[in-house]
Design a protein around this ligand. Sequence first.
Ligand SMILES: NC(=O)c1ccc[n+]([C@@H]2O[C@H](COP(=O)([O-])OP(=O)(O)OC[C@H]3O[C@@H](n4cnc5c(N)ncnc54)[C@H](O)[C@@H]3O)[C@@H](O)[C@H]2O)c1
Length: 366
Amino acid sequence: MLEIKTKEKVQEGSIYGQITSLGHEQLVICYDEATGLKAIIGIHNTVLGPALGGTRMWPYQSESEAITDVLRLSRGMTFKAAISGLNIGGGKAVIIGHPRQKNEAFLRRFGRFIESLGGRYTTAEDVNMNTRDMEYIAMETSHVTGLPEVKGGGGDPSPVTAFGTYLGMKAAAKKAFGSDSLCGKKIAVQGVGQVGSHLIQYLVKEDAKVFVTDIDEERLQKVAQKTGAKTVSSEGFYDIDMDIYAPCALGATLNDDTLERLQCQVVAGAANNQLDSEEKHGKLLLKKGILYAPDFLINAGGLINVYAEYLGKYNRDLAYQQAEKIYDTCLAILNKSEKEKIPTQQAAIEIAWNRVQQIGKVKLSH
Ligand SMILES: NC(=O)c1ccc[n+]([C@@H]2O[C@H](COP(=O)([O-])OP(=O)(O)OC[C@H]3O[C@@H](n4cnc5c(N)ncnc54)[C@H](O)[C@@H]3O)[C@@H](O)[C@H]2O)c1
């Protein structure tokens, strides 16, 4: 029987301790002196198929911060694929550094590391990576998705991610407020990047009262001007009067500090790993009566999009159709959580992991 591993605190300095604590299969440390590339690829679980998940580039302060991020992100991908009914496993990569370090040689070297895994891991975009970067990676490996449409790929997955997040938010609103209309709701969006900026357009169209924040002031002003959303400073963001908080920047924004401050009724956003501690903060949200739409479910649109490309049958309309299912799945999870009095994230993980276990048995029986 495959066991869900949830231990979040691991023995400092022990690589095996870290990869076994969350049930990973493999952690690949990549280094190239010539280009300065430092990347880590995490393969969490391949029961449903080879791992698929994006690459994030970030100036991590330490190696252990990067390892923790790739371990948590790749585990989330296993659940995301499983709950979305996709036949792929969970994986993710992180590149340690500032995005200005990226150039053709740097990205092609990363592509060669991916190629060396022989298809066990396929990449795509995540934070600070774009379709152009995928093109360079594709010069060295075929195990890459998120390529531009003109190159036969599925293009930027972010609009599909935003669509799924929007539907997940509507499902949560239906449960919390009795109607899935977002008209008049005060919605605070953190992060107006590739996903956040698309999400805001859906919200504005529904006449929601949208508040936005971002650490990139120029981007923030541009999006606010285009959409009419009201800007808020990062410092006071968690204290503003809001019905729905939509985290669309980085993870762990649901933590001891913010859960003291947030007065919203719903949390529904695209960021990965929103709960600082899955167990502690999942329970705290339940206790506070804040309905949390599980991140790995409602942000699955991007994975759905790159999965279609991975299969070689890309069709954007079909990707949107598949992403529409997020609404019903989200409601089913919120109902399970209510019925069993368990945190919504736990309810979602149980459903996802049950699929991995069942399919694992099918595969073993041959
Ligand atoms: N792009 C996708 O299709 C996709 C799919 C699934 C999940 N996600 C997740 O959604 C989130 C956003 O992804 P993206 O592709 O839009 O990334 P992005 O880099 O385009 O945008 C992130 C934005 O957040 C801002 N930001 C970072 N830290 C912040 C902070 N502390 N406060 C306010 N703003 C901050 C950045 O300046 C940037 O504008 C990430 O967590 C990503 O993992 C993305």
